[in-house]
Design a protein around this ligand. Structure first.
Ligand code: P6P
Length: 335
């Protein structure tokens, strides 16, 4: 039986054999993974843990917070603040950045996260997840400010997510491809289950919230309309549709079997570039997809090249199978 390679062993061997994971980054990733195990445990309890339902509060996005949103946020803050590997954190659930308290040593990394993405699915027992992104604190910056977080996604040094579904799976990149670890609950550790994840360049599956069709811009309507015409239309093949309304679950499916995920700008709130957040949703997911051979744009530009202006800014997202993303982006170029 092939020996199980734990996350810790994988990271040590990557650090020792490839030198692509500095010691403090390895520590950071192990701490985040441990936090995800705790979040998975809380999620799995569901109604038995009294953690379902609303927390009767709103986050910076003006969205009603679920109890588990707040629990997951607290777990990540408490797990990461004392280790000496971080200078500050930013979360979808907090208006401003969280500086590591002075009683702890300051590190060189910045950690950003959506502690529990897809939380509208919590109460109906559908997969949700934690998304995280790691940046380096800019050289020479003494006390970290929000502007230190406003770096393009291509600056990330690590990115990943943990999907809490039938399995709890941690998916990670440090810039050398994408690997997946499945939580072995008997051992209590993440075990390597897939290396060199690849997204097929073509697909017959798209993911978009079709109820917004009348609000989309023309290039998106054209792309989806052509998919719906199937083999008798210009694409010459039939397409399938999936929409889990949990980005982590939809992206995990695309990393596993291909597809294209779209949450485009639409006319409902024209002043917003899109629904998803650039820094701690689109950037980490875009890097994972690119590291697996896929592509990710906002319809016009590579998402990882975008210069953020605000900590919680939103962005239009088209990501997944390279040839499909390029087609959607081409359609936008024509307008
Ligand atoms: P809609 C979850 O709230 C989320 O931020 C993403 O995980 C998901 O892809 C999207 O919003 C779902 O949005 O409008 O379909 O509910």
């Amino acid at each position: 039986m092939s020996s199980k390679i734990s996350l810790s062993r994988y990271l040590v061997e990557q650090q020792r054999d490839k030198g692509n994971i500095p010691a403090n980054l390895r520590l950071l990733l192990e701490v985040v993974a441990r936090a995800c195990k705790s979040i998975s445990h809380a999620v799995n309890k569901g109604a038995l843990g009294g953690v379902l339902g609303s927390a009767d509060s709103e986050n910076v996005q003006g969205e009603v917070q679920k109890k588990l949103d707040i629990i997951a946020n607290e777990v990540l803050l408490e797990a990461n603040e004392w280790g000496g590997h971080l200078a500050a954190m930013a979360s979808e659930e907090m208006d401003s950045i969280y500086l590591v308290p002075n009683r702890y040593p300051q590190g060189e990394y910045l950690l950003l996260f959506d502690p529990l993405d897809g939380s509208s699915n919590i109460d109906v027992n559908v997969s949700i997840g934690t998304i995280f992104s790691v940046l380096k604190k800019p050289e020479g910056s003494q006390s970290v400010t929000e502007s230190d977080f406003l770096q393009p996604g291509k600056n990330q040094v690590a990115a990943g997510y943990c999907v809490y579904g039938p399995q709890t799976t941690l998916v990670l990149t440090v810039g050398d491809g994408v690997v997946m670890f499945t939580l072995d609950r008997e051992q209590g550790s993440f075990v390597l289950t897939q290396e060199n994840v690849q997204v097929p360049a073509d697909t017959k599956e798209f993911a978009i919230n079709m109820s917004n069709m009348r609000h989309w811009d023309e290039p998106v309507r054209r792309y989806i309309d052509e998919c719906l015409q199937g083999k008798d239309g210009p694409r010459g093949k039939d397409f399938n549709m999936r929409w889990i309304a949990s980005m982590v679950a939809d992206v995990h499916r695309i990393l596993t079997r291909g597809g294209v995920f779209m949450y485009p700008w639409d006319k409902r709130e024209p002043h917003k570039a899109g629904k998803l957040r650039l820094l701690y949703e689109a950037n980490p997911m875009s890097w994972l997809i690119e590291q697996a051979g896929g592509a990710s744009t906002n319809g016009r530009q590579r998402i990882l090249d975008l210069q953020p202006e605000l900590l919680h800014e939103r962005v239009s997202v088209v990501l997944g199978s390279k040839n499909e993303v390029e087609r959607v982006t081409r359609y936008h170029d024509k307008t």
